[in-house]
Design a binder for this molecule. Structure first.
Ligand code: NAD
Length: 456
C-alpha cells in the first residue's frame, strides 16, 4: 500500500473541515458502535483463535470499555468541543477571551497485542470524537484480531477518514517516516523510544502508553483473604499479559506465610494447574514469550504452580517466594503469569527499593492504615493505581490513564483522552470602541506605574 498517498488523502480530507462538525463526529461514533455490535461474534472468534481469550473476558476487559467510551463521547462531544469563555485581565479591557478545542489533524494510532481490541480501538475512537482522521496500525502478533479490525473498519469507513493498516515492524517504520499531527503509541518502553525519535523529526506530539514493573505493597494490617483474591484476579487475568498487572509483591514479613497460603488457595479455586480447554485462562501469545517466561521460573524459588505445556503455550499461575531485587525475574517487566513475592520488615526500605527502579505504570497498596497509604502515595511516583484493589482504576474513565518517566508520556480515557487529541486554541477577542494609550510610546513613569498596578 502507498502509505504516503493514504496520508495525503487523509490530509486533504481533514482540510475539507468535514471532520470538525460535531454532528459528523457523533454520526461516525454511532456507526462505529453499530458495526461493533453487529459483528461482535467475529471479534470473539478471532481473539479466541489468537490466544484462547474467552467471550466473557473479551467483553469485560475489552469491548465493554470501548462501548462505554463511545457512549460517553457521543454524550459529551458537544460539551467538550465547545468554545470555553475565560476571564480577561484588566490590561486588555475591553475584550473577551476564549478557548476553542480543535482537532489536531491526521493521527496515527499504534496498538499493542495484549488487549488487541481495547488498546487499538479506544485511542482510535477518542481521536475520531475529537474530530481527527485516523490511521490505525494494530499489533501484528494476534493476526486474527488485527484482520477482523481491518476488515470491518476498512469496509465501513472511507479510507481518507479512518483506515486500518496491518503489518509489523517494516510497516510501522514506514508509517513513522511520514509526518502526522499526533502519534498515539501503546507498547514497550524500548519501541516507545523508537517512536519518540521518529516523531521528533517532524515535531509531532506523542502519547506513549508504555509498561514497567508495577509493585504491590501488602501491609500487615490488610485483610489477607480479600487482598489475595483481588491480586490473584488482577495478576492472572489475560495470563498476566497486562501492562498494569501487579508485577511483584512486597509483603510485610509478619504476614508472609498466611499471605502466600491465601494466594495459593485463591489460585486453586479459580485456575487449573494442567492445560485444558477451560475457557477462563489464556495462552501465552507466542513461543518466544513462552520461552522467555519459562526461564524466569526459578525452580529453587517456586512456591506454587508454574506447570507448563509448550505446545499449548500454557503456563499455570506461578508464585515465587524469597525473591531478591537482583534476581532475573526482577530485571524487566514480567508480562506473564509469574508472581514474585518479596518480604520486607521496614516500610521505608521497601519504598526506597521501589524508588530505585524506573517509575512504574501502576502501584497498588493493600492496607487499612491511612497514614501508611498516604506515605506510599506521597513518596512513590507512578502512573496511576489503586488502594485495596488492582487494575480496576482503569474502569473509571474519569481517571486519566498513563505513565510517568519510563512508563509513558501523556494520558487518555474520558475527557483526558479527548484533550489528548485536541489543541486548545486560545483567543483574545478585542473590541474597537476603546484603546488606552498605556502601551504606546512615549513611555512615562506614570504609564509604568499604572501597568505595574494592573499586572499586580
Ligand atoms: P511492542 O512495543 O513490541 O509493540 C507495540 C507496537 O509497536 C506493535 O504494533 C508493533 O508492531 C510495533 N513495533 C514493534 N517493534 C517496532 C519497531 N522496531 N519499530 C516500530 N514499531 C515497532 O509491545 P507489545 O509486545 O505489543 O506490548 C507489550 C508491551 O506494551 C509491554 O511492555 C506492556 O507493558 C506495554 N503495554 C502498555 C500499555 C499501556 O496502556 N500503558 C498497554 C498494553 C501494553
Amino acid at each position: 500500500m502507498d502509505l504516503g498517498n493514504l496520508l495525503k488523502q487523509q490530509r486533504d480530507y481533514f482540510n475539507s473541515d468535514e471532520t470538525k462538525a460535531v454532528s459528523f463526529r457523533i454520526e461516525q461514533l454511532k456507526r462505529f458502535k453499530h458495526v461493533l455490535k453487529e459483528n461482535e461474534d467475529l471479534f470473539y472468534k478471532a481473539i479466541y483463535e489468537d490466544f484462547g481469550k474467552s467471550e466473557f473476558e473479551t467483553y469485560v476487559t475489552e469491548l465493554s470499555l470501548v462501548y462505554h467510551e463511545i457512549s460517553s463521547y457521543i454524550k459529551n462531544t458537544p460539551k467538550w468541543s465547545k468554545q470555553k469563555r475565560v476571564s480577561t485581565s484588566l490590561v486588555n479591557f475591553p475584550a473577551k477571551s476564549y478557548i476553542i478545542p480543535e482537532p489536531l489533524g491526521n493521527t496515527l494510532v499504534i496498538g499493542a497485542w495484549n488487549y488487541p481490541y481495547q488498546l487499538s480501538l479506544l485511542p482510535a475512537i477518542t481521536a475520531l470524537a475529537a474530530g481527527n482522521t485516523v490511521i490505525l496500525k494494530p499489533s501484528e502478533l494476534p493476526t486474527k484480531t488485527s484482520a477482523v479490525m481491518a476488515e470491518l473498519i476498512n469496509s465501513n469507513f472511507p479510507k481518507n477518514y479512518f483506515h486500518v493498516v496491518e503489518g509489523g515492524v517494516d510497516v510501522t517504520t514506514e508509517l513513522l517516516n511520514h509526518r502526522f499531527d499526533k502519534i498515539f503509541f501503546t507498547g514497550s518502553t524500548k519501541v516507545g523510544k523508537i517512536v519518540y525519535q521518529a516523531a521528533a523529526k517532524h515535531l509531532t506530539p506523542v502519547t506513549l502508553e508504555l509498561g514497567g514493573k508495577s509493585p504491590t505493597f501488602v501491609l500487615a494490617d490488610t485483610n489477607i483473604k480479600m487482598t489475595a483474591k483481588r491480586i490473584v484476579w488482577a495478576k492472572f487475568l489475560n495470563a498476566g499479559q497486562t501492562c498494569v498487572a501487579p508485577d511483584y509483591i512486597l509483603v510485610e514479613k509478619s504476614i508472609e506465610i498466611p499471605f502466600l497460603e491465601a494466594l495459593k488457595t485463591e489460585i486453586e479455586s479459580h485456575y487449573d494447574q494442567k492445560y485444558s480447554d477451560a475457557p477462563n485462562y489464556l495462552q501465552i501469545i507466542n513461543t518466544t514469550n513462552f520461552e522467555r517466561l519459562v526461564k524466569l521460573i526459578d525452580q529453587d524459588k517456586l512456591y506454587f504452580g508454574g506447570n507448563t505445556n509448550k505446545d499449548a503455550r500454557f503456563i499455570s499461575p506461578a508464585i515465587l517466594n524469597n525473591v531478591a531485587f537482583d534476581d532475573d525475574v526482577m530485571k524487566d517487566e514480567i508480562f506473564g503469569p509469574i508472581l514474585p513475592v518479596i518480604s520486607f520488615s521496614n516500610l521505608d526500605d521497601a519504598i526506597q527499593k521501589v524508588k530505585d527502579q524506573p517509575r512504574p505504570l501502576s502501584c497498588y497498596i493493600y492496607s487499612k492504615s491511612n497514614t501508611k497509604i498516604k506515605k506510599i502515595l506521597k513518596e512513590v511516583s507512578f502512573g496511576g493505581g489503586a488502594v485495596n484493589d488492582s487494575l480496576m482504576h482503569l474502569s473509571n474513565s474519569k481517571l486519566p490513564f498513563g505513565g510517568v518517566g519510563l512508563s509513558g508520556i501523556g494520558a487518555y480515557h474520558g475527557k483526558t483522552g479527548f484533550d489528548t487529541f485536541s489543541h486548545q486554541k486560545s483567543i483574545l477577542h478585542k473590541s474597537f470602541w476603546l484603546e488606552p494609550n498605556l502601551k504606546y510610546s512615549p513611555y512615562s513613569d506614570m504609564k509604568l506605574r499604572i501597568i505595574k498596578w494592573l499586572m499586580g
